[in-house]
Design a protein. Sequence first.
Length: 65
Amino acid sequence: MTVLSFDEQGVDVVYEGTEFRMEKGLIEEATQKNYPDVTDHEVLQLIEDDPTLSGEPRRIKDILS
């Protein structure tokens, strides 16, 4: 299970027991979107090859508000 913790500057990730940080700029470059408009599903797809996506995707700006 992958755990994502969002803040204004990026995402703290725990993936297969490894913790790392994805900075806002990296996410924007990878998705070609402004950070607040990226969804949690899109971030998960950057990390996992074939993620299990459940529920509705939520934009980062909605998660942080």
